[in-house]
Design a protein around this ligand. Structure first.
Ligand SMILES: [Cu+2]
Length: 122
């Protein structure tokens, strides 16, 4: 996770002067939107509530992070064998994973085998 943060900070260091320069030259309109589009990693949240993942299908880009937040009063996990396997995530806790490879990932909670989700990493 430390590496992700460092990369974000580097991206920010590059983006901020670019915005400042563009604003100085052209004014404010639309420039931040263009800068934000430059493959900056995004964090997506999946809530675990009522023994379901919400959303249960998510598309993300390589470098993005998914945070699963357990809002149920009992543990869940996030298991995609061979790709990622969380420990059991206690009530109120969360767990995160950063996508490094493209592909389709089907995952489930091994404690509740009907609890399933998918990630598509582009
Ligand atoms: Cu579960």
């Amino acid at each position: 996770m430390g590496a992700t943060r460092t990369r974000n900070e580097q991206a920010r260091l590059l983006v901020v002067p670019a915005i400042a320069l563009a604003v100085a030259c052209t004014g404010v309109a639309a420039v931040p939107a263009i800068a934000a589009d430059a493959a900056k990693p995004v964090t997506h949240t999946v809530v675990m509530d009522g023994v379901k993942y919400a959303p249960d299908a998510l598309t993300l880009r390589r470098g993005d992070t998914v945070v699963w937040v357990n809002k149920d009063p009992f543990p869940h996990n996030v298991t995609a064998k061979g790709a990622f396997e969380s420990p059991d995530i206690a009530a109120g806790k969360s767990w995160k994973w950063t996508a490094r490879k493209t592909g389709d990932y089907a995952y489930m909670c091994t404690l509740h085998p009907n609890m399933k989700g998918t990630l598509k990493v582009e």
